[in-house]
Design a protein around this ligand. Structure first.
Ligand SMILES: NC(=O)C1=CN([C@@H]2O[C@H](COP(=O)(O)OP(=O)(O)OC[C@H]3O[C@@H](n4cnc5c(N)ncnc54)[C@H](OP(=O)(O)O)[C@@H]3O)[C@@H](O)[C@H]2O)C=CC1
Ligand SMILES: N[C@@H](CC(=O)OP(=O)(O)O)C(=O)O
Length: 408
């Protein structure tokens, strides 16, 4: 049986206090720009390393966003203040004093987003979960944990249903804390059209993907200019392996059973994540390259379907353009208006022209859909690695969790 999470829909979300860990980094800065105009979420606390702790945000950060930092507020622009003493939402992010990354310093947050370096994310995020603070993380540390959902919001938000089991296994007394992760940025970009194709045409048998990844994917200051200017680096450590296994978890499902009982003998629902493809698993081969582009991961994708005969390129184009994920119908405020923008021009999408085109990087762009002489069809997909590939995904995941009553 495939599982669904609680049918609870919160119709009128109130102001929700949020924090950002790793707020000074590449992903952290994108969180700040998105949250500063968020209708429900209000920034309550920012955290980073000892280097930044105690400084005003404007003094700790090397601001690299195109929007000036000075004008950014704390968010919560769509709901009324709860009371006059509520949250300093007339404040400016620039003046917020950066904290250390301890649960104590974020105790007033109902949700915490993490853009932490993976070297430190593991212990910090676990401590927040134990302290009953829900974490929506970009780091890779917990993606493989079978009880931690790995969510691309346009594809598998229903995997949130594993959260009660995650809490139970982490600590029998845990009632609010949990960890949700998003995927690697390259996985995120190409798994969205794959999900659209599976929805329209059934299971995919095999995929070849070759990435051209932007420098911003490596954080700040990232790849040395002498390595990347006028060059292509045909290796990104760990990236190909991540794309190959993350795809299977994201496109896989969750099986629900009642095989255990609690102390009172009441049956407990248990969940088991299974990989895409079941007995004949989806086969994925990835080749990853770093290219001299600032923002936007481009990926060339070839697909073979189980279904014979396979769909035509025109049917594929139509299915991609028609793809409507649940986050859109549910009304997540940061959901893109169009999940997949399909280009007809033979030379689009391009990172410089199109990376922000689809709803400020919240959706992806696909072009060059055509027949593949080896597999069935091939196309190119462009995604904003720092938006839908990172911060935007976390924020939509949190919006979905709020609307489903998973976060209160
Ligand atoms: N960039 C991208 O496109 C994507 C990144 N990710 C993942 O998101 C995470 C953040 O990436 P990115 O923003 O690029 O990285 P950056 O290197 O740009 O930023 C890292 C952040 O972590 C903080 N930090 C470092 N060490 C510590 C510490 N000991 N304690 C507390 N905070 C610390 C830094 O604070 P300070 O400034 O004080 O040093 C900074 O805020 C990583 O796990 C990355 O793998 C995921 C998908 C895409
Ligand atoms: N490795 C990706 C970004 C990243 O940080 O990925 P992950 O979160 O899977 O470690 C890139 O360089 O473009």
């Amino acid at each position: 049986m495939s599982s669904k999470i609680s049918p609870t829909i919160v119709s009128q979300p109130r102001k929700i206090r949020v924090g950002v860990l790793g707020a000074t980094g590449t992903v952290g800065q994108r969180f700040i720009t998105l949250l500063s105009e968020h209708p429900w979420f209000v920034i309550e606390a920012l955290g980073a390393s000892e280097r930044s702790k105690g400084k005003k945000y404007k003094d700790a950060v090397k601001w690299k966003q195109t929007i000036p930092l000075a004008g950014l507020g704390l968010g919560g622009v769509g709901v009324e203040k709860l009371s006059s003493s509520d949250l300093s939402d007339d404040g400016r992010i620039a003046d917020v004093v950066v904290k250390g990354c301890t649960p104590q310093e974020f105790r007033n947050c109902q949700i915490v987003f993490s853009g932490l370096d993976a070297d430190v994310a593991g212990d910090i995020e676990s401590a927040f979960r134990s302290a009953e603070i829900p974490i929506f993380s970009n780091a890779k540390n917990y993606r493989r944990d079978p009880n931690v959902p790995l969510i691309v919001p346009l594809v598998n938000p229903s995997h949130l249903s594993i959260i009660p089991q995650q809490r139970r296994l982490h600590s029998p007394t845990l009632s609010k804390g949990f960890i949700v992760t998003n995927a690697n940025c390259s996985t995120t970009g190409y798994v969205i059209p794959l999900a659209a194709l599976e929805k329209a045409f059934g299971p995919i048998e095999s995929v070849l993907v070759t990435t051209m990844q932007a420098i911003s994917g490596a954080g700040y200051p990232g790849v040395p200019s002498l390595d990347i200017l006028g060059n292509v680096v045909p290796y990104i450590s760990g990236e190909e392996e991540k794309i190959e296994w993350e795809t299977l978890k994201i496109l896989g499902g969750i099986t629900e059973s009642e095989s255990e009982v609690d102390g009172d003998g009441t049956p407990l629902k248990t969940f088991d994540m299974h990989q895409a493809g079941g007995l004949s698993p989806l086969r994925v081969s990835a080749s990853c390259n770093r290219v001299p582009v600032v923002d936007g991961h481009m990926e060339c994708v070839s697909v073979r379907f189980h279904r014979r005969p396979p769909p035509s390129p025109q049917q594929v184009r139509e299915a991609l353009a028609a793809f409507t994920p649940e986050i859109q119908s549910l009304g997540c405020p940061s959901a893109p208006r169009k999940a997949i923008e399909v280009f007809e021009e033979p030379d689009r999408p391009q990172p410089r022209l199109d990376v922000k085109g689809n709803h400020n990087g919240a959706g992806v762009s696909v072009g060059r859909v055509r027949q593949c002489q080896v597999l069935d069809v091939k196309f190119v997909v462009l995604s904003d690695n720092v938006s839908i590939g990172a911060a935007t995904s976390s924020i939509i995941n949190a919006e979905y969790a709020v609307l489903k009553g998973v976060v209160s």
